[in-house]
Ligand binder design. Structure first.
Ligand code: EPZ
Length: 426
């Protein structure tokens, strides 16, 4: 195990190359199961979650080959996923428990192989996270669903049939499972109240490049005309809007000036709006977004929402910002029921936060003071690392493996723009 040691108080300035989006890359990799021909995915981030999914895909029979780009550069790499033969339709507990996104093999497997047996992911640090909407969607496409001994079995030996899916509320994962499954279903599928996250549009664009017929991705209603078979393609992952947003917060907190190379403002407008209100000067430049501090940080009130609202994946980082803002901020988490696990840890750094139900009132303090902290999930860890960047003294962030799931080469990228940070054995 490793930990991060951050010496606070250094202004960040320079360029941060933004990696390919974890939450898109994982779904594109699952999409490779839909075709007997290889899918080459470019700009894949080097992250623990990507490795976990490679293990799962290998287990199912997918051959994965690296196309180069393994050097020290901060650029992503290209991998080819060849699902010519699916040897196994079981996603075992030992892999799924490491990463909930493994549930995204369910739709592609049942669509292509007629059967999928996937371990139930169970709860996680940020909430219950049931998969009922994923199952409802597959049932609407004609799959039979059984749950036994901790596994869900979806079967459609004669193939899936197009159908109408109306989600009672927005789910990113359920929309993605439905979208992938419907590409090979017979006839037309209509998904209503679909998630509109940019990662959905990225997945649909990749599937269309593979020969799918999807319209409306990125909007509330998506229409999919099923096709008999998908073919191979090469597709490049979109930039990671949450990574970009996290560095944008770092720029503000350290009164710095960062160019987020590759970031797309339209993917993160809600975050940029909050940062502007808090004292950021945001400019969209050629090839990225610049975030500069105006020298002050003002408190703000936010509520997390599905896209285009403020991403729940930015909540912990914005809370770190609120900790050092002038005045009070109210941060309401409306997506997950238990996503305030970073609060007691931020308080260990001297933050003043009171949680009432799903809202946290954060009263800005003059300075945070370093302490050892530990996090329970990925974005919470980033919130703590950001707090460490401005805390006086040396903050230790334990359980670095959470950060390694979603932030590619965090300490290298931070060091390159002036942070004093080290990864050491725990
Ligand atoms: C995706 O999770 C992301 N993960 C999450 O990012 C992100 O926080 C979340 O979307 C919301 O934006 C990946 O893309 C791998 P949901 P997902 O289904 O798809 C409830 C990170 O830090 N729900 O949109 O699992 C659910 O419990 C991660 O990178 C049901 O009740 O999220 C939650 O309250 C964390 N039944 C809400 O819907 C279902 O069947 C939204 O979840 C499915 C979801």
């Amino acid at each position: 195990m490793e930990k991060l040691i951050i010496k606070g108080g250094h202004r960040l300035e320079g360029t941060v190359p933004i990696s390919g989006a974890k939450n898109s890359a994982l779904k594109l990799m699952c999409a490779s199961l839909l075709s007997p021909e290889p899918l080459t995915i470019e700009n894949l981030p080097r992250l623990a979650d990507i490795t976990t999914l490679i293990d799962l895909l290998n287990h199912l029979g997918v051959t994965v080959t690296i196309q180069g780009g393994m050097g020290g550069a901060l650029k992503g790499r290209s991998l080819t996923f060849d699902a010519g033969q699916i040897n196994d339709t079981v996603a075992p507990y030992d892999i799924v428990r490491k990463m909930r996104a493994s549930i995204l093999v369910l739709g592609p497997l049942v669509a292509r192989a007629g059967e999928a047996i996937v371990s139930l992911p169970g709860g996680c640090a940020i909430g219950n996270r049931p998969i009922d909407l994923h199952l409802k969607a597959l049932k609407a496409l004609g799959a039979e669903i059984d749950i036994a001994e901790g596994y869900v079995r979806a079967s459609a030996p004669q193939g899936l049939k197009g159908g109408k899916i109306r989600f009672p509320f927005v789910s990113v994962g359920a929309t993605e499972n439905a979208l992938m499954a419907a590409t090979l279903a017979k006839g037309t599928t209509i998904i209503e109240n679909a998630a509109r996250e940019p990662e959905i549009a990225d997945l649909a664009a990749c599937l269309n490049a593979m020969g799918a017929r999807i319209e409306g991705a990125g909007h509330e209603t998506i229409t999919i005309e099923g096709v008999d078979q998908l073919h191979g393609a090469t597709y490049s992952v979109m930039p990671d809007r949450v990574e970009a947003g996290s560095y944008a917060v770092a720029a503000l907190m350290t009164r710095g000036n960062l160019f987020l190379e590759g970031a797309k403002a339209e993917h993160m407008q809600a975050t940029l709006d909050v940062l502007e209100e808090a004292g950021g000067i945001i400019t969209v430049e050629d090839g990225g977004v610049r975030v500069k501090s105006n020298g002050h940080i003002k408190g703000f009130n936010v509520v997390t929402q599905p896209f285009p609202g403020l991403a729940t994946d930015m909540q912990a980082q914005l809370m770190a910002l609120a900790c050092v803002a002038e005045g009070a901020s109210v941060i309401t988490e409306a997506i997950f029921e238990n996503r305030f696990m970073h609060v007691p840890e931020l308080c260990r750094l001297g933050a003043d936060i009171t949680v009432t139900g799903s809202s946290a009132t954060v009263r800005g303090v003059k300075a945070l003071k370093a302490a050892p902290v530990m996090a329970t999930d990925l974005r919470a860890s980033m919130g703590l690392a950001l707090a460490g960047l401005v805390a006086t003294g040396e903050t230790t962030v334990n359980r670095l493996y959470h950060l390694d799931r979603g932030y590619e080469r965090l300490e290298e990228k931070l060091r390159a723009v002036g942070a004093v940070v080290d990864r050491v054995p725990a």
